[in-house]
Structure formats: C-alpha cells, structure tokens
Design a protein. Structure first.
Length: 113
C-alpha cells in the first residue's frame, strides 16, 4: 500500500502557465485540460489535478515519470486515475481525493498493490 499527498497554491500554477507557453500541454492530458476549461477558474481545477498526479507519483514511489502517464478523470462522480505509458501495466488500484479553495488545491492518493 502507498500513500501520497500534495498541496499547491493555485496562483503559483496560474502564473507558471501564463509564463510558459506549452506547459499546460506538457502537464495535462487533453481530457484534463478540457475538463478544467469547461469550469469557472480553470487553474483551480488544473491545480487539483497537478496535486493528484504528484500524490499518485509519491504513493507509487516513482522516481522519474511522465506527467502524461498519470491522468485524472471524472465522469460525473468521484475523480479517478488512468495510468498510461510505462505505468499502464502496473497491477495497482489507485484511489484519489481532490480538494480546492480559491487559493489552494490539494490531493491525497492511496495505492493498493
């Protein structure tokens, strides 16, 4: 079993995305960007997904990994994770919880191996 936690100031991600063209495409999948774009304050939703990816990486005890290999999705219910690339073949169950306020986003990930 693995546990991961991450917390981020929403404004910090917002500034980074504004300063670095293409950063959103590097960090987030098309589905993640579309989900956030359809909501008020997209940066808040992207920040929560950023935290979830970090939390999952910590729970899996990953060294190097690709941002595109951990995808945070939501189909009307609770958010869930799809693993891609080098992570896709892992026999794990990943559970996440996201939270955000106007200023902070956070996520917890629990991985059953």
């Amino acid at each position: 079993m693995g546990l991961g936690l991450d917390l981020l100031e929403v404004e910090r991600l917002e500034r980074a995305l504004a300063r670095r063209p293409g950063l959103a495409e590097r960090l987030f999948t098309e589905a993640e960007r579309a989900y956030a774009a359809a909501r008020p304050r997209p940066a808040m939703h992207l920040a929560a997904r950023f935290c979830a990816k970090e939390a999952v990486a910590k729970a899996l005890e990953l060294g190097a990994w690709s941002w595109q290999d951990i995808e945070v999705l939501r189909d009307g219910g609770a958010p869930w994770v799809r693993l891609h690339g080098a992570l896709a073949g892992r026999d794990v169950r990943v559970r996440i919880s996201l939270t955000h306020t106007r200023g902070l986003a956070g996520a917890v990930a629990l991985v059953d191996r």
